[in-house]
Design a protein around this ligand. Structure first.
Ligand code: B12
Ligand code: SF4
Length: 487
């Protein structure tokens, strides 16, 4: 059987500075590798990579970067027996609906999967999907293809996949099925962009249950760590095959166990050359210690993102997020002293948050900057399906509105003003406390060798302005991966 798997284009709110981040579709490529390992044929249609230089208005107030549904449908091999579409967030809903209609008119059945589709499968069934896989697709999709091949009775429309028991048993993501260059040329990524990189997933799931997050639902509430030596083997294989030395760790919770994190980064410290790791999906400061941070730095970690989410203990309790603030301040100070890039993420507008609570968040950011924090990210709460917050802010006008810039919220203008003033104060305080670092931050933003998302946003804005005003060509070459000899 032949499956064509679609990675959608990048869709973001036109006003969202952090939303337009292309990402190598590691989840879809895990599924592609599993389909191939089961003996089926697989093609990946990368609707971002195939047209990443094309940015067009999408719906009202969004931008689509890559191929439209019509162009994507035209790129699907006509001999495919099944088309699979990955939907990461609500931003991809209308794209998927329109693509499904076109694919079905070709007589090819469609299966949808991915984090967003998993949290509201009925919406995709109603939109025309033949099947929706809820959860991890590495076992479910090959099984569906086997069933089709054998002509057996197909499962129901919603296929609930049990979490993969042993993530080490999976084939490595099939990066060979897409062109990686568009992701490097885009100049934006989930983590610091110092050259060619690959995503890395060292564990699945998360044992916590923060109210705004769908990860506990998606991972089945169970944390499944990989064997540190197997992760190191994967990194070595990727270094050799793709010549990549930077890895963006995309786990929900990479440091859920201090012991496992220590063995993981002791294993990577033995690799030569020692790769760089960026823990860009956020870790809990309570999960790390000074000595673990040292081990991590020796094992190649260059950047850590902490997620205190709010400066107000009352709001953190509502969020079900425990944070020992003195410990967080200490971890930022130590990470900074070890030369690690640091970021802290906060959520504004959690249901029940008051102006006074936001003042406490502002206060915590000040204290973090004084300890050497490099970067801050401020998101506005969206009640995503699959999280405990789903439905708490009343009806959402469209699934696309479920990003961290939910402009449909009646209090959005107020929250947006608070967000802008917090960013400005962050920069001002950085200038006062760390003038040399402040200048380096802007120098890196302009040079395109970003060490954090703030630099990336500033750099992208300057680049876009230069391109729009004709001061810079849109097609300038960026660093490309070079295979290392002997791989
Ligand atoms: C890393 C990450 C990002 C990165 C990289 C995204 C990427 N494309 O890889 C960045 C920073 C860019 C990002 C952005 C956003 N993200 Co995000 N992200 C994550 C995170 C932490 C991990 C995703 C990951 O790599 N997992 C590891 C891989 C192996 O798993 P996977 O991708 O889920 O794939 C598996 C299954 O989904 C399935 N599968 C996937 N595709 C397919 C296709 C088929 C056909 C099948 C059968 C199965 C299948 O099988 C895969 C292998 O097991 C998740 C949390 C989570 N647990 O999902 C949030 C998460 C998915 N993100 C979320 C959100 C809201 C966003 C944003 C909207 C936030 C924003 N900025 O406004 C944007 C949207 C970007 C966009 N334009 O779509 C939410 C979605 C919740 C929801 N119900 O909608 C999550 C769940 C976090 C949360 N808060 O709850 N994100
Ligand atoms: S926010 Fe982080 S710690 Fe909390 S449930 Fe989600 S992945 Fe786990």
């Amino acid at each position: 059987m032949k499956a064509a798997l679609v990675n959608p284009p990048l869709i973001g709110h036109e006003k969202d500075l952090f939303g337009h981040i292309p990402s190598i579709p590691v989840g879809l490529l895990y599924v592609a590798a599993a389909v191939r390992a089961q003996g089926h044929e697989v093609d990946v249609v990368d609707a971002f990579g195939a047209a990443h230089e094309s940015r067009r208005p999408w719906l009202s107030g969004y931008i689509l970067q890559g191929m439209t549904p019509e162009e994507t449908a035209a790129a699907i091999p006509r001999d495919a027996d099944l088309v699979g579409i990955s939907v990461h967030s609500g931003l991809g809903f209308t794209f998927a609906r329109q693509l499904m209609a076109r694919v079905r008119s070709l007589g090819i059945p469609v299966v949808v999967g991915g984090p967003f589709a998993s949290t509201c499968p009925e919406a995709f069934v109603n939109a025309g999907a033949d099947h929706v896989v809820v959860g991890e697709g590495e076992e479910a999709l090959p099984a569906l293809l086997d069933t089709m091949k054998a002509g057996r009775r197909l499962p129901g429309r919603v296929i609930r996949a049990a979490p993969v028991a042993d993530p080490d048993s999976l084939a490595h993501p099939a990066y060979d099925l897409i062109r990686l260059e568009p992701y490097y040329e885009a100049g934006r990524a989930h983590g610091p962009l110092c050259g060619p990189y690959l995503p890395l997933v060292t564990s699945r799931g998360c044992p916590h249950s923060c109210a705004f997050c769908a990860a506990p639902f998606l991972g089945g509430g169970k944390w499944r760590p990989r064997d540190p030596d197997k992760v190191a083997d994967e990194v070595r294989a990727m270094q050799r095959r793709y010549g990549v030395q930077d890895f963006h760790v995309q786990d929900d919770n990479c440091t859920a166990s201090r012991e496992r994190a220590a063995s993981l980064f002791r294993a990577t410290a033995r690799l030569s050359p020692c790769p760089g790791f960026c823990l860009c999906s956020g870790i809990r400061s309570d999960d790390v210690s000074g000595s673990l941070l040292e081990t991590m730095a020796k094992g190649g970690v260059r950047h850590v993102s902490f997620s205190p989410e709010s400066g107000s203990p009352r709001v953190r309790a509502l969020m079900k997020k425990q944070v020992d603030v003195p410990h967080l301040l200490d971890m930022v100070r130590i990470a900074s002293r070890l030369g690690l890039g640091t970021q802290a993420c906060f959520i504004l507008g959690f249901p029940g948050e008051t102006g006074e609570d936001r003042g406490m968040t502002r206060g915590l950011i000040r204290r973090l900057v004084a300890r050497g924090l490099d970067d801050v990210s401020l998101f506005i709460m969206a009640p995503v399906p699959g999280s405990a917050c789903e439905g708490t802010l009343g009806p959402v006008p469209e699934y696309e509105g479920l990003s961290w810039s939910p402009s449909w919220r009646p209090d959005y203008p107020r929250l947006q003003r608070a967000r802008t003033s917090m960013y400005l104060e962050f920069f001002l305080r950085k200038l006062v406390h760390h003038p040399a670092r402040f200048l380096a931050y802007f120098a890196r933003a302009l040079s395109g060798r970003y060490r954090n998302k703030g630099e990336m946003v500033i750099g992208s804005l300057v680049r876009r302005f230069a391109e729009d005003s004709g001061l810079r060509s849109r097609h300038r070459a960026r660093p490309r991966p070079r295979p290392v000899k002997g791989g």
